[in-house]
Design a protein. Sequence first.
Length: 341
Amino acid sequence: MHILKNLRRALLLLSAMLLAGCNTVLMNPSGDIAHQQGRLIVVSTVLMLIIIIPVIALTIFFAWRYRQSNKEATYSPDWDHSTQLELAIWAAPLLIIIALGAITWISTHTLDPYQPLRRLDAQRAIPAETKPLTVEVVALDWKWLFIYPEQGIATVNELAAPVDRPISFKITASSVMNSFFIPALAGQIYAMPGMETKLHAVINKPGEFEGFSANYSGAGFSGMRFKFHGLSNEGFDQWVQKVKSGKDGELSRELYKKLEVPSEREPVRHYPTVASDLYDAILNQCVDRNKMCMKEMMAIDAGGGMGKPGAFNVATKQAWDIESLDTPKRKYVTAMCTTEE
C-alpha cells in the first residue's frame, strides 16, 4: 500500500512537471485575433463547467449518500416533484445557453475573418495611416505558395509579416480543399479551388510560428507545413530584400505549372519577381492561356449564355420596350463552332 502511494505521488509530480513545460499556442497566442478566440474557448468552457462540476459532484454524493449500506438515508419511494428543485435544475442551464448565445452572436460579428481589423490589440487602435499588408495564399499539392503583390515577390513554404501591421490574406487553392491555419495568428480558413476566402489578422509579437494545413488533402498532407516569421519593420524589409536576391527566378505562368505538380515536403523557395496576373489566373483557373477564365465564363452566362440553352434564355427574355426607359436592354451572345465541337 505504501508503494502504491509513492507511485501515485511520483506520477502526479511527473505530470505536473510535463504540463509546466507546455506552451499551448491556442491558449497563449501572439496575435490579437487568436487571443480573442482563445478567450472565447476559456469563457465557454467555464460557463459549461458551472453545470458539469455540480452534476458530477451530486452524482458522486447521491451514490455515496444513498448506498445500500446507509440505513440512515431518507427513503421516499412516492416522491416525484419539487418546484424549487425544478427551477434550480432548468434555470441555470437556460441562463448559460442565453449567455453562450449572446457571446456567440457578438463574437461572430466582431471576429468575422472577412472584416478588416478594428484594433491592433485591446489597448491600441490601428493608426489612421496604416496600410494592411496584402498576401495572396495558394494551397498546392502539397505545399503553400505566398504571393506579395505590393513587393512583387513570392515564396514557397515561408511567410513573413511585420509586427503590429494588419495583414489581409486572400486565399485560394489549385486543386482540392485545404485549410490555412496559423494557430498563433488566427483561426483556420478554408482554401478552395475557384473560390477566394479572406482573413484579416495581425501578429503582435516577434518570433517564428508554425503554419500548416488543417484539412486532409491527400498523401502529402502531413508535410504541408510552413514557417511564419513575425518581424520588425526593418526585419521585414531585410527579409523582402533576401527574397529579391533569390535564385529561383521569376515565377511566371509556365514555371507555376511546374510548381503545381504534386510534390511532398518541398524546401523553402524564394522568387524575386512574380507575374502580376498570376494569382488572378490561379483563382479563375486559367493559368493555361488556352483556357477561358471562370470570370469570363460567368460574364457570358450573365449576358445570356451560349449554345441552345443560352439562345433559349435570350429568346424568352421580355422584349425591350422602346417606350420605357426602365426596361433592361436585351443582351445577345454569339459564337461560332464546328460540328466536332
